[in-house]
Design a protein around this ligand. Sequence first.
Ligand code: ASP
Length: 455
Amino acid sequence: MKVVKFGGSSLADGEHFAQAIKIITADPERRVVVTSAPGKRNSDDTKVTDLLIQYANQVLGGEDYTKTVEEIIGRYAAIADYFGVEHDKLQYLSDHLNQLPSQDFPNDSYLMATFKAHGEYLNAILMSIVLQKLGYEARFVSPVEAGIRVTGTPNNASVTPEAYNLLDRFEYSDTELLIFPGFYGITVAGHIATFSRGGSDITGAILARGLHADIYENFTDVDAIYVANPKVVVHPAAISTMTYREMRELSYAGFSVFHDEALIPAIEGNVPINVKNTNHPELPGTMIVPDKGFQPTDIVTGIVSGKHFAAIYLHKYLLNKEAGFTLRILNILAKHNVSYEHMPSGIDDITIILDKNQVNDELIDMVCNEIQEEINPDKLEWIDNYAILMVVGEGMVNRLGVTSDILDSLRDENIPVPIVNQGASRISTMIGTYDKDADRAVQAIYKRFFVQEED
Ligand code: ASP
């Protein structure tokens, strides 16, 4: 059995819906379908999820939301019209959307989550209506019925182990297509909570694990995952197969084709993932497979740079002799709910690299003041123009000279490298550089490993 998930751009309009249906029905193994909300039809368009966020904010702000609701309904109506779905069938969708403000919510965050989740909810219902109209046995399955139990905050939920027990007991017939909305689950108290943005990938992975799929096919709008971002490197090579851990390392530094949190259920269930293009389903796409038994063909699999990093740098003599020094710093960060990404250290120095998106100036001042008071370092600096490059590859394990090849390529381009961190994971090297040099650095490393020099 295959779980297939379609991203927002793959379900943005009637034509894309038709293409998705062609893919679903071309293979009888494709039985579990996960929908995103309709995405952008062109670069100036707005995703339905963003319209729903606007709708929620207008409700919260006591503003007029009529136009927004009309626009959202218009997106579904256009898809329904494409297939000649009778308008009375659409009535349920628009009634449902209109009555959202009159529901009770424990607080504004739950309201926001429920509004947001309706992009996928309505799209999954519409998909089942269209499939039925075309003569297929299709059924909408809600996260309540399937048991997608989540915990955490309403707009950043995580799946619970209980969800897998419930999914194990979920019954369905061999002949029907099951249509699930992506992006959200249900809390113990019965409220809707969404995963982080792009989280329909996570639903697909939960279902792939929970329903014991042989493969999780993730349909999106690119032919494959590329070695480097095509906006940075011209026509980069496509990755045909990569391991889960390579994908984890790359996605957290910026590879955004597949949601990094969605890898975990797939890893736990040992389900291979195939990222494919809805518009070119005949192409093989990229397979993401278990690490065990994987035979790399290249040294490097992917190169990515993330420009959303900053660092706290501390210098203190005899730092290495002070027991509990790092612990005290980390306690301060933990108290403020700030996580860190990397922490290279030396005999008298330590650099703590953070994701800039989770802090603001006020928080940084507070954290740095507390560190100064508690630790009294000789030097404390906030560096906010770092970029982190990850060079990742199973083929790098036990191979001599990879780091020097990377550093040589950067030296040839006069790119300064203030941080190198190799060893935490044997399959990656982290390079810290400055954000102004980040793209050139990716291009230089790509050239070194993937472009044949002419004699
Ligand atoms: N529709 C949601 C978003 O835009 C989730 C998803 O597309 O995966 O973030």
